[in-house]
Ligand binder design. Structure first.
Ligand code: C5P
Length: 235
């Protein structure tokens, strides 16, 4: 598995995201994440347009609904040529199995499908008080990861701090995609379970998802390059 940095393109409009991606014209085309904000604003055409520019795409819509609805939605998404998409493990093993079925194209191929475990903005305290989940957060993440594996998914979204334990129990080939990454000298913002790109590499993340530290940097290309160097050792 090649390690990579995925830039979270959390922009409100097509022109904002295209303006941002234009700054990478002379460099390697980064792997990008399209989330709800941009997808809801611009629709599937934005996915096709960014793909045509040569970027790999993680479509981050975090589906969670009854199995039949998720299966149908995944079937629609399977026709978009994305490389990775996701759902909430919270939706149960049945929902995840239905998602795999829906996402698999008639020729048997499909994008990587990964499950969100606990959001990296969730703390142990909030999980206990608001969600009434009393187990240690790392145990919850691991349990959801094991459910995802049982359902036939390819990996999970988790905090970099949990990537090691997920690999230890679910295998090295089970992909860990980890947001909540910050430079040692940067702002944490609303994220709670955070670490640096270098530390995420040490713990074993396969992909780090980095948004604001790159998209809001004075020089996004320099921030991306720094991130790639810290995480993968190369650009
Ligand atoms: O700007 P920042 O680096 O915090 O962006 C992180 C991105 O990763 C956001 O797009 C957020 O939606 C996403 N994400 C996350 N935690 C998860 C799953 C996805 O922060 N558990």
């Amino acid at each position: 598995m090649g390690k990579d940095v995925i830039i979270a393109c959390d922009f409100p409009t097509r022109s904002d995201v295209m303006g941002f991606l234009d700054t990478f014209r002379e460099t390697r085309k980064p792997f990008v994440k399209i989330g709800m904000e941009l997808f809801y604003a611009e629709g599937p055409s934005i996915v096709r347009e960014i793909k045509e520019r040569g970027h790999q795409i993680f479509l981050d819509l975090k589906l969670c609904d009854i199995p039949n609805t998720v299966k149908s939605a995944m079937k629609v998404l399977s026709s978009l040529d994305v490389d990775m998409t996701n759902l909430h493990a919270f939706g149960t093993i049945d929902m995840m199995k239905a998602a795999v079925e829906g996402l698999t194209r008639p020729d048997g191929t499909r994008p990587l499908l990964i499950a969100v475990t606990q959001l990296t903005s969730t703390s142990q305290e909030r999980m206990e008080k608001e969600l009434l989940i009393r187990e240690p957060l790392a145990d919850v993440v691991l349990h959801y990861a094991q459910n995802a594996k049982e359902a036939g998914l390819d990996g999970v979204v988790c905090s970099p701090l949990e990537a090691g334990i997920v690999h230890a129990h679910c295998g090295d080939g089970f992909v860990t995609v980890t947001p909540g990454v910050r430079f040692a000298d940067g702002d944490v913002g609303d994220q709670v379970r955070v670490t640096t790109p270098a530390k995420a590499n040490e713990i074993g993340s396969d992909y780090i998802v980095v948004g604001r530290p790159i998209t809001r940097a004075q020089d996004p290309v320099a921030a991306y390059t720094r991130c790639m160097l810290e995480f993968t050792g190369k650009i």
